[in-house]
Design a protein around this ligand. Structure first.
Ligand code: NAD
Length: 352
């Protein structure tokens, strides 16, 4: 898996600054459509190989996501290896900023798990190749509420296709992970009249959502087995694997987490069980659409939200084509994105 994923990349660079404890990897998967744009994940990986696998999968997914969202950006991602609560210091973030600067604009760093707009601002003192700031002329701030809005639109479309109902009033939705996106999504689902069942390893986050929206809290491992209309993974990747898919009781999976599928066989397994899966890189593009508007230098929230709502049209097209071709929406979405990437590569070769 790793060697193939590695060969697919244009550039993968390791950075280390022992004085401040920085150990980071920046992966540029493709610049066919423009500079590679993707988040910085600050995470306590078990070992370096786990970090490498994660950054390569995430950066490849960013190429698909940006292509599918029609953005003029390639795919890239970076990881900082460490526990953000313990290891994140201004000196380390500054060192990471110098690392981004060394790629001279081929990679633009935005927020991901373990990073905040304030952290990105510190990185941005060393390089202008950052986005997702909460201050400045075109600042777009935390992308998470915008991502949640796109996920809500995606859930609505998936429910229409699979369950034949319009709107989410009375639907039961399970949200796994109540961080920046999951908690915002819970609020939107509550407003839409959905019943919530939630789980997170952080008990205080569960309590807050239970108090605010009347959500029922279940243990993390139990959520996939709950009787739900929609299972919305909003924590980390790999949640859809042979074991969880076997227990999954929901007819729809549609959530924000990146790399939800443990492997491609999991897409087929969901399809075989009649579970409609909204490809993660299609449904969770709201954040990068938000960030792209900042990079373009003309951030307009209303225009961003209109564009994010078009995620519904993209998913509609994917679900229709998947039904026609009798295969998983995951493979249809990959094909759609790949067609755009190939066309961009050909156009670049012709002008070179
Ligand atoms: P976050 O760090 O704010 O939240 C993650 C939440 O998941 C936390 O509450 C954490 O306690 C919980 N969690 C971690 N491991 C868990 C486990 N094993 N079981 C249950 N809960 C667990 O992150 P976020 O910004 O909300 O992003 C969530 C997911 O969405 C990530 O996969 C991220 O890559 C993806 N995503 C985020 C955005 C964005 O705009 N923030 C955009 C696209 C995709």
């Amino acid at each position: 898996m790793t060697s193939t994923a590695f060969r697919d990349h244009e550039e993968v660079v390791f950075f280390r600054e022992p004085d401040c404890g920085l150990s980071a990897i920046i992966a540029v998967h493709s610049t066919a459509l423009g500079p590679a744009c993707g988040g910085v994940r600050f995470h306590a990986y078990g070992d370096e190989q786990e970090a490498i696998d994660d950054v390569l999968r995430l950066s490849a997914a960013m190429s698909l996501k940006n292509a599918l969202a029609g953005l003029p950006f390639g795919g890239g991602k970076s990881v900082i290896i460490g526990d953000p609560r313990r290891d994140k210091t201004p000196a380390l973030l500054a060192a990471f900023g110098r690392a981004v600067e060394r790629l001279a604009g081929r990679y633009i760093a935005a927020e991901d798990v373990g990073m905040s707009p304030a952290d990105i601002a510190i990185v941005g003192r060393q390089t202008r190749h950052v986005a997702g700031l909460d201050r400045g002329p075109a600042a777009s701030g935390d992308p998470s509420p915008v991502t949640a809005r796109g996920v809500l639109r995606g859930i609505e479309v998936a429910v229409r296709h699979r369950l034949g109902r319009s709107g989410l009033a009375g639907a039961t939705v399970g949200v796994l992970g109540l961080g920046h996106v999951g908690s915002a999504l819970a609020g939107l689902l509550h407003e839409a009249g959905a019943r919530l069942v939630v789980a997170d390893i952080a008990a205080d986050r569960c309590r807050a959502i239970a108090d605010r929206y009347g959500a029922r809290v279940v243990p993390v491992d139990a959520l996939v087995g709950e009787r739900l209309d929609v299972f919305a993974p909003c924590a980390l990747g790999g949640i859809l694997n042979a074991e969880t898919i076997g227990r999954l009781a929901a007819p729809v999976v549609a959530g924000a987490a990146n790399n939800q599928l443990a492997d491609e066989a999991s897409a087929d397994a969901l399809h075989m069980r009649g579970i409609l899966y909204a490809p993660d890189f299609a449904i969770n593009a709201g954040g990068i659409v938000n960030v792209a508007a900042e990079i373009a230098g003309n951030y307009d929230r209303a225009a961003v939200l209109r564009r994010v709502d078009r995620i519904a049209d993209t998913l509609d097209e994917i679900f229709i084509r998947a039904a026609r071709e009798g295969r998983s929406p995951h493979f249809v979405a990959v094909d759609l994105a790949q067609e755009r990437l190939d066309a961009a590569r050909r156009a670049r070769q012709q002008t070179a």
